[in-house]
Design a protein around this ligand. Structure first.
Ligand SMILES: NC(=O)c1ccc[n+]([C@@H]2O[C@H](COP(=O)([O-])OP(=O)(O)OC[C@H]3O[C@@H](n4cnc5c(N)ncnc54)[C@H](O)[C@@H]3O)[C@@H](O)[C@H]2O)c1
Length: 347
């Protein structure tokens, strides 16, 4: 199943066998499992392995912060975790990013395994070694790059994932087609991410993400294309984080992709037909709110990790299936794309 992928990255429904093999290679002196209340209920019963401790945190993006991280470090310390101990992250992108960060920094780094349980974490967040937490209201502001010892992707976990979360993950799948593979984009437009198509889609998206991060692990160049939709998407996600109308990560990215495709249109990198194809497809899949005004997003945009010399830089598509990066865009143009988006049919 996991052809074209490095050995640490496995897609399988035979979770126990893969996990036992990974643990026997690491030979840890202690094992702790990091879960939230949903993965404890729905995913933990799949794990037929013995472990020393269960660390449970509350679910959700709002928990991906220093306080929760401190709680994880305190647990590991109380458990007398050594440099030879192992943390297994059982959950979505929040558990993976934060559990990985806690493990990569505890005693300067212990072994950790990702068992991603959401579509978004199986096809994106779990791959490529970006770990971290939100800080001061800014997304992923503090973090490190470090690959887990293993990432074991078990599509069966998705059977209990709510529909809204499946759609959130689907946004990153859309992104993979738009930035890298026009044939995949056509396939995506035909599929429903149900049981039938799931394995193929997960396989192709994992291949794309892995192919990009293998060529540029530390995001010096090519890897920046994975940020298509994310510059405005992250700012929008941060803006809504504290509000009752919070958006899921993929929903914010879906909005960001329309806005950034519009920037590409205005910069004559994308044709009108292609823009409309993207906009129509995304709007038919997501109920998205109006975009906040630029003045409400600007402080987040100014903190974006891709910026240089005080200018805001974007990864923008140059036609469907190709993407470039470090494109400087003026505030005026961003403002006009926000206005154009808000004139489109949104709810
Ligand atoms: N590191 C990266 O490269 C990268 C890439 C993209 C996104 N991310 C990060 O990923 C995070 C979003 O991840 P996410 O969408 O997985 O969100 P999440 O981790 O918050 O999970 C979404 C919800 O689904 C629940 N859940 C998880 N698995 C379940 C299952 N199998 N059945 C039922 N419920 C389940 C969780 O408890 C949570 O309530 C964001 O913080 C984003 O910044 C990181």
């Amino acid at each position: 199943m996991s052809k074209n992928l490095p050995s640490y990255l496995t897609i399988t429904n035979n979770l126990t066998q893969e996990l036992e093999a990974a643990i026997s290679t690491i030979k840890p002196d202690k094992i702790a499992l990091l879960v939230d209340e949903h993965t404890k209920k729905h995913c933990l019963p799949f794990l037929e392995i013995s472990f020393d401790s269960l660390i449970e945190i509350k679910s959700g993006e709002a928990q991906k912060n220093l306080n929760t991280c401190k709680l994880i470090w305190e647990n590991l310390t109380a458990l007398n975790f050594s440099r030879n101990s192992l943390l297994i992250n059982l959950g979505g992108g929040v558990i993976g990013d934060m559990g990985g960060f806690a493990a990569a920094t505890y005693k300067r780094g212990i072994s950790f395994i990702h068992l991603p349980t959401t579509l978004l974490s199986q096809i994106d967040a779990g791959i490529g070694g970006k770990l971290g937490i939100d800080f001061g209201g800014l997304k992923n502001h503090i973090g490190v790059f470090k690959n887990p010892n293993n990432v074991i992707i078990c599509p069966e976990f998705l059977n209990t994932l709510p529909e809204r979360e499946i759609k959130s993950g689907f946004a990153e799948i859309i992104k993979h087609g738009l930035i890298y593979d026009s044939g995949y984009w056509k396939q995506i437009k035909e599929v429903s991410i149900d049981q039938t198509d799931r394995m193929d889609i997960i396989q192709r998206s994992v291949e794309i993400k892995n192919a990009i991060v293998e060529r540029d692990p530390l995001e010096d160049g090519l890897r920046k294309i994975l940020n298509f939709g994310h510059t405005l998407g992250h700012a929008i996600e941060s803006h809504f984080l504290a509000s009752p109308n919070y958006l899921l990560h993929g929903e914010a990215i879906a909005m960001g992709m329309i806005l950034e495709a519009h920037l590409a249109l205005r910069l004559e990198m994308l044709s009108q037909n292609e823009f409309e194809e993207i906009q129509t497809f995304i709007l038919s899949h997501y109920r998205l709110p109006k975009a906040p005004e630029l003045k409400e997003l600007i402080s987040y945009l100014k903190q974006d990790k891709k910026n240089r010399d005080g200018s805001i830089r974007f990864a923008l598509i140059e036609g469907i299936g190709r993407c470039t990066y470090d494109v400087e865009v003026s505030e005026k143009l961003i403002m006009s794309s926000i206005k154009a988006y808000n004139r489109m049919k949104t709810c």
